[in-house]
Design a protein. Structure first.
Length: 129
């Protein structure tokens, strides 16, 4: 089951962070068709968020056709976002973990690593666009 986390510094609204985390888990194969999302009560307890914010995120996911609520039972994943590229994730994850280890050994803190990664990611995406 997915465990949500919120980043107050991200500038992204809490409900959008929840939506992004569900989509990401679906892309990575961590959430599959038939899996149940945490209850609103559980999310509220774990990340100290307003229940209406969780409901808003779940409604948006439902509108997108990714989940479906079942009254009295929970909210369930109705389709996945992973594709044939999922098999490549393991080796790529290993390479990324090695890169992160080298970045930390070079003295970069978490914010510096994130800034370097995001700026490189955006620059590479811009080159291909």
């Amino acid at each position: 089951m997915i465990e949500f986390h919120l980043d107050g510094r991200s500038g992204v609204s809490p409900y959008m962070q929840l939506i992004h985390q569900v989509r990401q888990a679906m892309r990575l194969g961590l959430l599959r068709e038939g899996d149940r999302l945490p209850t609103v009560k559980d999310v509220v307890a774990k990340v100290a968020i307003n229940p209406n914010t969780v409901l808003k995120a779940y409604r948006e996911l439902e509108y997108e056709g990714l989940v479906q609520p079942r009254p009295g039972v929970g909210t369930f994943v109705t389709r996945t976002l992973s594709d044939e590229s999922l098999a490549a994730h393991g080796p790529l994850r290993q390479e990324l973990e090695q890169w992160l280890t080298r970045a930390r050994a070079a003295g970069l803190d978490e914010e510096s690593i994130e800034a370097l990664f995001l700026s490189t990611f955006r620059a590479a995406a811009g080159e291909k666009a």
